[in-house]
Design a protein around this ligand. Structure first.
Ligand code: BGC
Length: 267
């Protein structure tokens, strides 16, 4: 029988910051979701205040996993498409850890959501190439081969039809331009076909706010690959961020297990 292990997962998006305590043994939420708007301008200082409020809301004293809408390498943010430019080459993981005085890990938001799909959702046990796309303020991507993540793929930034793909295909643009489901399906088709040719996936999963509309626009998509909606929907980013944090701390054999991890493992 597996024991419950709780980690606070926080999904920082271009529009909202969503969080919940996640049981990382089964991917279920152990608390209600809590959401605050992403502050504007979304500078490190302002976002820092928001995450402090989130942690206070849960009165959380344990490990925290963050999904972040940018390229993330070793905790450092290396892009800033839907977040303030001050995050560029900024060690966000260190900043959040110091601010909260808690053990934290940070990963790309789409990679986090993909990890959740792989562990608990549509991509569970998939031994093949899985392409996960999250459709929100931007378009994020996560690519897996035989269950292993190739991080920071950024397919939302493919230059497609002379534009950055997410600038025409994101959920935010669909809402802004009041694009019908039929038209949206037709707009998405050539982009997905292009991705099919580039990475030859065996399964495509669509998540995020746009993925929630899957049943309505999927009839207008023409792709050869099996394509499904992400089951965990909008919670995937929260769940995956928590799982990523736990797994990363657990795998770090260079340091003795932190008191927090020992406490979590014996709880
Ligand atoms: C960012 C990605 C992110 C995606 C979804 C894009 O603009 O470049 O890193 O995963 O938005 O938030």
């Amino acid at each position: 029988m597996s024991r419950e292990v709780g980690v606070l997962g926080v999904d920082i998006g271009g529009t909202g910051c969503k969080a919940a305590i996640v049981d990382i043994t089964n991917g279920k939420l152990k608390s209600e979701r809590f959401r605050l708007d992403t502050p504007q301008p979304s500078t490190p200082e302002n976002v820092g205040k928001t995450i402090q409020k989130i942690v206070e809301h849960f009165n959380w004293k344990g490990m925290v996993g963050f999904g972040f809408p940018a390229i993330v390498k070793n905790g450092v943010s290396h892009s800033a498409a839907n977040i303030h430019g001050d995050w560029l080459h900024f060690n966000a993981e260190k900043y959040f850890g110091n601010l909260l005085q808690l053990p934290v890990k940070l990963t790309n938001d789409a990679d986090a959501a993909g990890i959740a799909a792989l562990k608990f959702g549509a991509a569970q046990n998939q031994k093949s190439t899985v392409l996960f796309l999250t459709i929100g303020t931007g378009i994020g991507s996560a690519l897996f081969r035989d269950g292993k993540l190739i991080p920071n793929t950024e397919f939302g930034h493919l230059f497609f039809k002379e534009k950055i793909a997410e600038k025409t295909l994101s959920n935010a643009i669909r809402k802004r331009d009041k694009i019908s489901m039929k038209k949206w399906g037709k707009m998405w088709t050539p982009y997905l076909q292009h991705l099919e040719r580039l990475v030859n996936p065996d399964l495509i999963i669509l998540g995020g706010g746009g993925g929630k509309k899957f049943d309505r626009f999927a009839p207008y998509l023409q792709v050869d690959t099996k394509i499904v909606a992400a089951e965990l929907s909008n919670n995937a980013g929260i769940v995956g961020a928590a799982v990523y944090a736990y797994d990363t701390f657990a795998k770090d054999t260079t340091k003795p297990p932190s008191k927090t991890l020992q406490k979590l493992q014996s709880s």
